[in-house]
Write a protein that binds this ligand. Structure first.
Ligand SMILES: Nc1ncnc2c1ncn2[C@@H]1O[C@H](COP(=O)(O)OP(=O)(O)OP(=O)(O)O)[C@@H](O)[C@H]1O
Length: 330
């Protein structure tokens, strides 16, 4: 459904000597099979939206090639657009008409008859729990309802491939969970292929068959959430001891079963493979050595740990630090 080879996007900003080149996407390869739900995950500024804009023909690649739904993004843009649904990050700009009319107009833009667009629009309103809102202006809808209306617009022409750019950003937890159900349903009831960008780890975890991680314009991983987590060395065991004197003892005992151990105040942490098996023995050791524990926490690896292992930074804190070339010959 999607094949990209060596896709590059370089933005040029500024003027004269102050010209700066921003390498937003660095020559990425991507393959998405029919029926797959792929989560495109990365911190702010990693290059997610730029990649999506190239795949949806809104932005011409600086270099590289991509085919989407069998069509070349550079030479067959109209065919690509006809074959896909796209919900942008900023959301649609609505004209001030009723929600239902917006959706019908959008369908007619794709060449649907009014009758078909109304029928499909009403079915989508029902499926996306927008019933009763056909004659409501989008500006008078809640954030979650507007986001679902965006999705209805993206789906009106029954595309078999849907691109969603940060579909749940800005929504409250309940609206997010609700939208997740609808996104999951796109595949189960329509067999659609879904490519969604997100910087929420739980979203990628919950929805995607496969997670592709992008960082500073490069793809750093592509696998199922489980396989990615399995790459992280072990479960995190975090001990909090009762007094400062106990810290070195706890560190020694934990070092016996963990690869690297970190100490922060009275917190002693390390990664342990198969913590469930190892921790009971560790607790006995600690007790025998006179260490009293204030608390113990065991955490399975998260996608954030995966990102940390791959890049040395946490996903949450990774700020946009895209390489730039100031004053370069452009
Ligand atoms: N039109 C543009 N001109 C110059 N630089 C741009 C332009 N669009 C994006 N960039 C830069 O390219 C990099 C990648 O941006 P992009 O929007 O693709 O990131 P993202 O992963 O989608 O981030 P976010 O999660 O914040 O949306 C950023 O450094 C951004 O500032």
């Amino acid at each position: 459904m999607i094949t990209a080879r060596g896709l590059v996007q370089t933005f040029h900003t500024g003027q004269g000597r102050k010209k700066t080149a921003v390498q937003a996407v660095n020559g990425i390869d991507l393959d998405v099979a029919e029926g797959e739900v792929v989560g495109f995950l990365g911190p702010n500024g990693a290059g997610k939206t730029t990649t999506l804009r190239m795949l949806t023909t809104l932005l011409k690649p600086t270099a590289g090639t991509a085919t989407v739904a069998g069509y070349d993004v550079a030479t067959q843009a109209v065919d690509v657009r006809r074959s896909i649904g796209y919900c942008s990050q900023v959301g649609s700009t609505f004209s001030g008409a009723y929600a239902g009319d917006e959706v019908v107009d959008h369908g007619m833009l794709y060449g649907m008859s009014r009758k078909d667009a109304v029928a499909q629009g009403q079915a989508l309103f029902e499926r996306l729990q927008l019933d009763g809102l056909w004659r409501r202006m989008p500006k008078n809808m809640s954030g979650g309802q507007k986001r679902r209306l965006d999705i209805a617009m993206g789906l009106i022409h029954s595309p078999s491939l849907v691109f969603l750019d940060e579909p749940t950003t800005g929504l409250d937890p309940q609206a997010r969970a609700n939208l997740w159900e609808h996104i999951a349903d796109l595949r189960t009831s329509q067999g659609a292929t879904v490519f969604l960008t997100t910087h929420y780890l739980d979203e990628a975890d919950a929805l995607a068959d496969r997670i592709v991680i992008i960082d500073r314009g490069d793809i750093v991983a592509s696998d199922t959430a489980d396989n990615l987590k399995a790459q992280v060395a072990g479960d995190l065991v975090a001990l909090e001891v009762g007094s400062d004197e106990q810290v070195p003892v706890a560190r020694d005992r934990l070092s016996a079963v963990a690869e690297t151990v970190e100490v922060e105040g009275r917190q002693v942490r390390g990664r342990v493979s198969r913590a469930g098996k190892v921790v009971p023995g560790l607790l006995r050791d600690l007790e025998a050595a006179g260490v009293s524990l204030e608390s113990i926490e065991i955490a399975r690896p998260t996608l954030d740990d995966v990102f940390l292992t791959l890049t040395g930074r946490t996903l949450r804190d990774a700020e946009a630090d895209v390489p730039t070339t100031e004053g370069a010959e452009l």
